[in-house]
Design a protein around this ligand. Sequence first.
Ligand code: NAD
Length: 263
Amino acid sequence: MKFLNIEDKHFLVLGLANRKSIAWFVGKTLEAHGAYVYYSVRSPERKKELTRWIPEEKLFICDVERAHSIQQLKQQMAASVSHLDGIVHAIAFANFSKEFKTFYDTRREDFLQAVHISCFSLVEIARTFKAMLTPRASVVTVGISSQVTAIHYGYMSPIKAALESVVRFLAKSFSTDGEVRFNCVGSGPLKTSASAGIPNFLKNYLFAEKLTLRKRALETQEVANTIVFLLSDRSSGINGQTVVVNAGMDFNYFDEQVIDAVI
Ligand code: NAD
C-alpha cells in the first residue's frame, strides 16, 4: 500500500479556472497518485478551454451562485460516478471591480454575494453530496493563513473567518451519522487568477515573500500537497481544523531584513 492510499479513490475538485489554480495542482497530484478526479468549473467557456488538458467527461459545470446548479452538478455526476472519497472546495469571489474606501462602506449586495459564493456554497455542496460521500470521506476548503486587515483584500478576510467556522460546524453536524471530516488549508499568498484580481496584490505578494523564514515565496504545489494529505486517510485524526501553509510568514513580523529595509 502506498503511503497516501488514494489509488482508485474518487474526488471532486471544484474551483478550476486554469493551470495556475490551486484546483489544478490538487487534481494533478491526486491523479499522479492513481486517483480518479472530476473537476467542476464555473462556465461553459471555461470548460471548453480546459478540454485541451482534461477529458470532457471529467469536466462539469457549476456556478454555485445559481439556484439548483449544485443539485444539477450532482445529478450529472451521478450518471457516471457512484461515490466520492473526497471533495475540494477551492472557490472564492469578491467584487473587486469597485474601489474599496473603507470596510464600513462595504455594499451589502457585494458582501452577501461574496459570502454566498466563497463560504455558504461549502454548506450547500456538503449537503447536496452527503449521500454520495463514503463513510470516511474528507472535505477540504481553502482559507487564508492569517486574518489580515489589508485594505485591498476588502471584506474577504471576515468571510474567510466565517468559512473556517463553517468547517467546524460541518464537521460537527456530519459527525452524528458518520466519520466524514472537514478541514481548511490556510494558504499564504499565491499567484493565481483569484489573487491577480485583488488590487495591489503583487506588492503584498512580494512583501509576504520577504516575511517567509526561507525568503522564498510559497508555491501552489505546497498548498496542493497539504490538501491532498488532508484528503487522504493519513490525516484521519485531523478534523475541523485550519492547517496553515505559509512558510512561516505570519509570525515573522520582526524579521531583521524587513526592519532594515524600513528603517
Ligand atoms: P482561482 O481563480 O484559480 O480559483 C478560484 C475559483 O473560484 C475559479 O475557478 C472561479 O471560477 C471560482 N468561482 C468564482 N465564483 C464562482 C461561482 N459563482 N461558482 C463556481 N465557481 C466560482 O484562484 P485560486 O487561488 O486557486 O483560488 C482557490 C481558493 O484559494 C479560493 O478560495 C481562494 O480564496 C483561496 N486562496 C487563494 C490564495 C491566493 O493567494 N491565490 C490565498 C489563500 C486562499
